[in-house]
Design a protein around this ligand. Structure first.
Ligand code: CIR
Length: 302
């Protein structure tokens, strides 16, 4: 048991009866140092940054924010210049309804991003805030990009960024607030940390029963590791892996404006069939630093 007694606050609502509506999103502006952000799917490698355009990244991020704001009130925090990856706020917190876990990001260079997110969550009045850094110590790590809550299951991908202690911590925190133990699932590191950075680099949900996943072996192994079919998920398979990362916000999907027409067509069909709104947003410049769509926001229900 990883949570100390002092941190076990009284709670009145349950994530087990998850409210599906998100009420506020947290995002962060891109710092000038973004060109030095971590890249190349590895904790130790930094890519050649020469081809990253800060101006284009900012323009794409601005478009992302404009589209997000059509579906949810959105807070945009100021950039932290000494934290090149700070726009990727998703990695710093996992939130379901009134419970949030502040993470200890797996990459050392990203740990300075976390405090200001915690302050924001406390200001927003999230009832139950657990801080992995304080309670679990150095051992537990987690990037929010490895965590997918579909509304029915909380999948936690073990990767180069998220470890078993991180999973245990999340599991303990959310189980305390009503998530059934058998709906919290640790996903073995079949692809995350290898071909891809995070679990959600390869798979995201568009509703409680539908996942986007790549065609080919990465998709096959990830879906198998999730136990997707047995757990009642239909997978929409997309040739473009970047297109598999989409934001589902209040009945609307923000999907990647990929050059892959087949991927866009399949997403469009899937959304139409499910009566979901759809907007394509281009974040290809952020992808050069391993960013996709979900990583640029944290969706909260407060
Ligand atoms: C990193 O390597 O940590 C960042 N350059 C990219 C993080 C993207 N996060 C996410 O997809 N959740």
């Amino acid at each position: 048991m990883m949570l100390s007694r002092q941190t076990r606050r009284a709670y009145t609502t349950s994530v087990g009866a998850s409210r599906s509506r998100h009420t506020v999103a947290i995002t962060r502006e891109i710092p000038g140092s973004f060109i030095n952000a971590v890249a190349a799917h590895s904790a130790n490698q930094v890519s050649d940054v020469s081809d990253v355009s800060l101006a284009l990244a900012r323009k794409q991020h601005h478009d992302y924010l404009s589209n997000l704001r059509k579906h949810i009130p959105t807070i945009c925090l100021p950039p932290i210049e000494c934290q090149p990856d700070c726009l990727f706020v998703e990695d710093t917190v996992v939130a379901i309804d009134d419970t949030a876990v502040i993470t200890q990001p797996g990459h050392l260079s990203r740990r300075g991003e976390v405090d200001s997110i915690k302050t924001m969550l406390l200001q927003l009045g999230i009832a139950n805030v657990y801080d992995m850094r304080e309670i679990a110590g150095e051992g537990a790590t987690c990037d929010g990009g490895d965590v997918m809550f579909t509304g029915r299951h909380l999948f936690v991908g073990i990767s180069a960024r998220t470890n078993n202690d991180g999973f245990e911590f999340l599991s303990d925190a959310f189980a305390r607030h009503g998530l059934a133990a058998d709906s919290i699932i640790s996903v073995p590191p079949v692809a995350a940390g290898k071909e891809i950075l995070h679990l959600k680099s390869a798979v995201t949900h568009i509703d409680k029963h539908t996942l986007l996943a790549p065609t080919g072996s990465i998709g096959d192994t990830v879906l198998e590791a999730l136990g997707a079919a047995e757990r009642g998920y239909e997978a929409i398979r997309l040739p473009d892996i970047l297109s598999c990362n989409a934001v589902a916000v209040n009945g609307h999907i923000l999907a990647q404006a990929s050059k892959c027409e087949i991927s866009k067509y399949r997403i469009e069909q899937a959304c139409n069939k499910r009566n979901l709104g759809l907007t394509f947003v281009d974040t290809s410049e952020l992808a050069k630093k391993d960013g996709a769509l979900t990583c640029c926001s944290v969706l909260l229900s407060v």
